[in-house]
Design a protein around this ligand. Structure first.
Ligand code: ATP
Ligand code: MG
Ligand code: FE
Length: 336
């Protein structure tokens, strides 16, 4: 079985081909970061236009790398949401055109299901499992009792982790996207600044990062008024220490409570070195639970993860028709 995956939910135009849900045959990603950088964030109109320009190139490159023809493709999996509506539509329309013209089944995939299934490209999944999803738009703990079954047991009440990273980065004058820059600086600095950790109510697996973000901004502002120069490296290290502390502590509690066999890390912030190291430290000694962390290229947006999730949905008999539409606010708990 070969699944062609297409992903255009944000600022990466991606196409990939995955064999039997687990093996990457081709994985092509065209990033638009350079075009959005000067605006300090993703501009939806520009994103859509780039997708239209890049889609054919990216898709043809994937087919070429895989040395496959359309007769070999079992299904086309495309991100239907969540994401930017115009960006999503470019990928969906391309997928529909290909599915229709070559009579290939079409499967709409949830972007976050994709991020989670990136892990299956590394290791076979064992249930029940927990996934810590940390990306530009999401921060959540997802419980899975079987394939294609997602239960969100906790989520951010305000900013996503990646969003907080990008906003704090902008405050200390770092380019977009700021996550990797903060990560790098954090390793050169010391976590000497006392910043808050939002534990929320006892036993809650929800998250909140907007207070932390404001605390960083206030700390910088107050220091400046007193004529004190704070080292951005120490600010980055202190901020990262707070984020990682909350993420790892809550995840550890959830793993204990739900007695899962595996813990998966997913989403762009999964590329964070501090988070990866802290999770490895916490879980490498524990025999009961297996920690899976994908390589960096499968943490940030890509289409191999969409094909991997699409493979499971396809096997379950799920099909989308040509009425498939972009769903910018698609919930993970819904129809999967
Ligand atoms: P979503 O998946 O929620 O729709 P998205 O697709 O835009 O959002 P991703 O592409 O999964 O998000 O992740 C991008 C985010 O990851 C950005 O906020 C970026 O700053 C962050 N990020 C990438 N690398 C790192 C890192 N090393 N440390 C922290 N954050 C990082
Ligand atoms: Mg992105
Ligand atoms: Fe993403």
């Amino acid at each position: 079985q070969y699944i062609l995956g297409i992903e255009t939910s944000c600022d990466e135009t991606a196409a990939a081909i995955v064999k039997n849900g687990r093996e990457i045959v081709a994985n092509v990603v065209a990033s638009q970061i350079e075009s959005h950088k000067r605006f300090g964030g993703v501009v939806p109109e520009i994103a859509s236009r780039h997708h239209v320009e890049q889609l054919t190139i990216v898709f043809e490159e994937a087919m070429k790398q895989a040395e496959l023809s359309f007769e070999d493709i079992s299904a086309i999996a495309v991100t239907e949401g969540p994401g930017l509506v115009g960006a999503l539509l470019t990928g969906i329309n391309a997928a529909k055109a290909l599915a229709f013209s070559h009579s290939i089944p079409l499967v709409g995939v949830h972007h976050i299901a994709g991020h989670i299934y990136a892990n299956r490209l590394i290791k076979e999944l064992e249930f029940p499992l927990l996934a810590l999803v940390v990306s530009g738009g999401h921060t959540e703990l997802v419980y899975m009792k079987e394939h294609g079954n997602f239960k969100v047991i906790g989520e951010t009440l305000d900013d996503a982790a990646g969003e907080a990273y990008d906003k704090v980065a902008r405050t200390i004058g770092l380019p977009y996207p700021g996550g990797p820059h903060i990560d790098r600086l954090a390793h050169e600095g010391q976590a000497t600044i006392d910043l808050p950790r939002a534990w929320l109510s006892e036993g809650s697996f929800d998250f909140s990062f907007s207070g932390l973000k404001s605390a960083v901004i206030n700390t910088l502002h107050n220091a400046k008024q007193k004529g004190i120069e704070l080292d951005p490296k120490d600010v980055a290290a202190s901020f990262q220490a707070s984020v990682v502390d909350v993420l790892v502590t809550k995840t550890t509690q959830a793993v204990e409570k739900y007695k899962v066999k595996q813990l998966l890390l997913a989403g762009g912030v999964a590329a964070n070195k501090g988070l990866r190291a802290a999770l490895e430290k916490e879980f490498s000694q524990k025999d009961e639970v297996e920690l899976i962390i994908p390589p960096l290229s499968l943490c940030t947006d890509n289409a191999a993860m969409i094909a991997a999730a699409g493979s499971i949905l396809f096997d379950k008999g799920m099909r989308s028709d040509l009425a498939l539409n972009a769903n910018p606010g698609l919930e993970l708990n819904s129809s999967y």
